[in-house]
Design a protein around this ligand. Structure first.
Ligand code: PHE
Ligand code: ZN
Length: 852
């Protein structure tokens, strides 16, 4: 008999200790069978002279058949999580450990380790999945050279590195680059490939493949192009070349995350690689391009140089997100991309940073590392890189990166190593800057202005609110990009980066004629909340004249927010000036359509709830929803003459998923969504039936559903696409996301009984139960039906897939914003989850942190 589940153990950064043994090389043989896969391992270990001790190997859910050291049976201790051999029983020189274990991929629903998806074998090892494959020091600082033999009758057998041998029922792969176990991958299945080639700058001819299930071949061309562009971009921009003879991407339907950067064998959630104009929206195309780049860029930032331990996760993720963002900006539009990034940062990272789940970009402790693949580690981590670059300049940034690559190639390193490369390259002291990695919370930046005798003085005060475990914060280094606009609308001072290091600090601009209007935090130069007193007229002035596209957009957004808040709190109808300002942007042909679409977009309900809460008001979700609908109606009526014109102007010819085409369609669809409020859905219905691409088809359907129309179209869409999983995910998600608040929980519950709903597919689960909290007024509808439903679903999913279940609990992280009734209902839901016997460590940690 085993004891009840032990209390989950907390792991601390400060406890890091080097391993007792390094790995030199690893030979693995896989005899694949759905429930009885044999894994035979032969590992050469080298004792760590600097830290001698027992051999400690991780291993979970493994059935040990046999194990030896240098061919001999030795004493070993084996429990549910480890295999341990005492130092006294080991040679004090390099030795060979061999083991044979049995595992069951078919029953692995957690999608971690080796599992099956639609008859195909695949692996997911980051962060700690390799221990479910065989006994191994499953930690990123242990790097080894892998040779893998896969035995199976399936036609396609893949692993990392280069192919070395192929025979009847087997294939052998060798990866010459030492890597940690989390980058191991294996795939076996009946797959077909979309081939490609790339020749690197130094002349290496690389074979490229995207492997998919038969039937999906026609959805690979876009991904292949994105891959080739990424390879070229990393050479041109960072001087980084690919380093193997082959690069494989595999599309998998059942996958917990977006994609995984395994060395030479990237594995993708099929939703993040398969693309066709009929089945994918412009947003899908953009995301696919970005994720393919992201995973490819990891080859240098993550694989060639990896993390010493999981606390350093942002070392690879923040940097790689930053790199994929710059790539996307280069491929499309930096202005538009930056606004999209800020929207996402505020919606996910600021939300996280302002609640019970707030944590530093480099956390100091965790129970389950899977719970720290967060917006903070990824997106705030990327913002830090952007600030560093802004502070030191482009040239110094490249110099620092070059030094980092040169110095640490083949190593597993820390944030300190990363920063040291920049200190050495620039001679700058980055110790205060390093606080960005250790302090959680979003800094508030207050600014006041004064003007006298041709001198403008900007005085800033920064403070960061307390976060769990961090009551007090020290001042951080803030790069504040500022430009000045003269009264006639001309820019009188171009963008200048003010470097703030103190809690309060003043900066002056001299020699000014008349008092200018300051444009502060251009390009969103630091991830802070700017608090600035500003009247509507000044905002409208900057909306009209600012040369910085981000600030221009920001002014429109703040006007919209103020308008909505006044509607919510005082029922004040939208001001004519605001409506006119929006009209001016909408009809300004000199502006990029994508930008105009972004200005037309209103702040989301969740964003408004946070805004009210920050202003000391308890948000009422229904009221927020109604106000937003009211404003949409006012905009539609006020712009009624312009809408049909812009709708026609933005018609695109043949579908091309580039910046230009997608920008026009984005504007066209935002216009359509307002038009639908005026014409009883006439245009939207027409577009829905004649659209030859998913962007417009789904966009038209969304416009109808948002206006309470579109029952027929919804049914037609479901009928038309019933054989396409990825499109059906949209069908599930749209109805939940756009259900009237009073109906949202019922719609989600009904869909969970739909024959095509399954908890085993994370995409499908998220389509319904990720969309539910996305429907803010629906999720928080009085009575709490949605809270209870989501809790039931999380409990049920936890038994199959703890990692995805844990992610879903984030829906409750904002609970303290709401009124006492809602708080009580959410608390009850969370406590019910926590009380479930056998609850995973993943969900237990999340719920405990959220309850605080
Ligand atoms: N490392 C992956 C990425 O950022 C994300 C991931 C984490 C995927 C854990 C699977 C599991 O690209
Ligand atoms: Zn990544």
């Amino acid at each position: 008999m085993k004891d009840a589940t032990p209390a989950p153990q907390t792991i601390f950064l400060r406890d890091y200790e080097a391993p007792h043994h390094w790995v030199r090389d690893v030979a693995l043989t896989f005899r694949l069978a759905p429930r009885t896969t044999r894994v035979i391992s032969r590992i050469t270990f080298v004792p760590n002279e600097l830290n001698r001790g027992d051999l400690v190997l991780n291993g979970e859910e493994l059935q040990l058949i046999a194990a030896t050291v240098d061919g001999a049976i030795v004493n070993m201790e084996v429990d549910d999580t480890h295999l341990r051999i005492a130092s006294a029983d080991l040679p004090q020189k390099p030795f060979v450990f061999e083991a044979e274990v049995e595992i069951s991929p078919e029953t692995n629903t957690a999608l971690e380790g080796l599992y099956m998806s639609n008859g195909m074998y695949c692996t997911q090892c980051e962060a700690e999945g390799f221990r479910k494959i065989t006994y191994y020091p499953d930690r990123p600082d242990v790097m080894g050279v892998f040779t893998v033999r896969v035995e199976s009758d399936l036609p396609v057998l893949l692993s990392n590195g280069n192919p070395v041998e192929r025979g009847d029922g087997f294939a052998v792969w060798h990866d010459p680059w030492p890597k940690p176990a989390y980058l191991f991958a294996l795939v076996a299945g009946e797959l077909v490939n979309h081939p490609g080639r790339f020749t690197t700058a130094s002349g290496r001819d690389v074979e490229l493949n995207i492997w998919v299930r038969p039937g999906d071949e026609d959805k690979c061309a876009f991904g292949m192009e994105a891959l080739r562009k990424s390879m070229k971009w990393d050479e041109d921009t960072y001087g980084r070349e690919y380093d193997l003879d082959i690069f494989n991407i595999v599309a998998v339907d059942d996958f917990n995350m977006g994609a995984m950067e395994n060395k030479g064998l990237n594995i993708f959630n099929s939703s993040c690689v398969l693309a066709s104009k009929e089945t994918s929206t412009d947003a899908n195309f953009e995301r696919i391009e970005g994720i393919i780049a992201h995973e490819y860029f990891h080859n240098w930032t993550g694989n060639r140089i990896t993390c010493r331990d999981w606390f350093q996760l942002c070392l690879k993720e923040g940097l790689t997100v930053y790199r994929d963002q710059m790539f996307s900006g280069d491929m499309r539009s930096h202005a538009v991309k930056r606004i999209e990034e800020v929207l996402a940062l505020r919606a996910r990272q600021f939300r996280e940073d302002n609640g019970p789940l707030a944590h530093p970009v480099r956390p100091e402790s965790f129970v389950e590392i899977n719970n720290f693949y967060t917006a903070t580690v990824y997106e705030k981590g990327a913002e830090i890189i952007g600030m560093l670059r802004r502070l030191i300049g482009d040239e110094a940034y490249r110099k620092g990166c070059d030094l980092y690559f040169e110095r640490h190639d083949g190593e597993a390193v820390t944030i300190e190593d990363w920063l040291k490369a920049f200190e050495d390259a620039t001679g700058r002291d980055l110790s205060q800057f390093a606080r960005w990695y250790s302090q959680a919370g979003t800094p508030r930046l207050k600014v006041s202005e004064s003007f006298a005798e041709g001198r403008l003085t900007l005085t800033f005060a920064q403070s960061t609110p307390p976060t769990p475990g961090q009551p007090d914060k020290a001042p951080q280094v803030l790069p504040i990009a500022v430009g000045l606009i003269g009264p006639n609308g001309d820019e009188v001072v171009e963008t200048r980066v003010l470097e703030m290091t103190e809690a309060t600090q003043s900066f002056t601009f001299d020699g000014l004629g008349a008092r200018p209007v300051a444009s502060i935090l251009r390009d969103f130069s630091a991830p802070v909340i700017l608090e600035r007193e500003m009247d509507a007229a000044t905002r409208a002035f900057l909306l009209a004249h600012d040369t910085d596209p981000f600030q221009k957009w920001e002014m429109g957004r703040m006007l919209a927010k103020d308008t909505l808040v006044a509607l919510i709190l005082e029922d004040t109808p939208p001001a004519r000036d605001y409506l006119d300002a929006i009209r001016a942007v909408l009809t300004d042909d000199s502006l990029d359509p994508a930008f105009r679409a972004l200005v037309l977009g209103l702040p989301g309900e969740d964003d408004l709830a946070q805004t009210l809460f920050d202003a000391g008001v308890t948000p009422d979700p229904q009221k927020i929803h109604d106000a937003r609908e009211t404003l949409r109606g006012s905009l539609a009526r006020h712009l009624s003459d312009a809408l049909p014109t812009v709708f026609r102007q933005m018609e695109t010819g043949a579908f091309v998923p580039d910046a230009d085409g997608s920008g026009k369609r984005a504007l066209r669809l935002s216009v359509l969504s307002l038009l639908t409020l005026l014409d009883a859905g006439k245009e939207a219905k027409a577009l829905f039936s004649k659209a030859d691409n998913m962007t417009e088809q789904a966009g038209a359907l969304a416009a109808l559903l948002a206006a309470g129309l579109g029952e027929e179209e919804l049914a037609a869409f479901g009928q038309m696409w019933r054989h396409d999983r990825l499109v059906m995910d949209k069908w599930f998600a749209l109805q939940v996301a756009l259900a009237a608040p009073a109906r949202a929980a019922d719609v989600a519950r009904d869909l969970s009984h739909h024959p095509d709903f399954t908890m085993k597919n994370p995409n499908r689960f998220r389509a319904v139960f990720g969309a539910l909290p996305g429907n803010h007024a629906g999720f928080h509808h009085a009575g709490g039906a949605a809270y209870a439903l989501l809790a039931d679903q999380i409990i049920a999913l936890d038994a199959l897939n703890p990692q995805t279940a844990a992610r879903m609990t984030g829906a409750f992280e904002t609970w303290r914003r709401y009124d006492a009734d809602r708080q009580a209902m959410i608390r009850a839901a969370l406590e019910r989850i926590r009380a479930k016997t056998g609850l995973s460590r993943d969900v237990t940690e999340m719920v405990t942190r959220i309850l605080g």
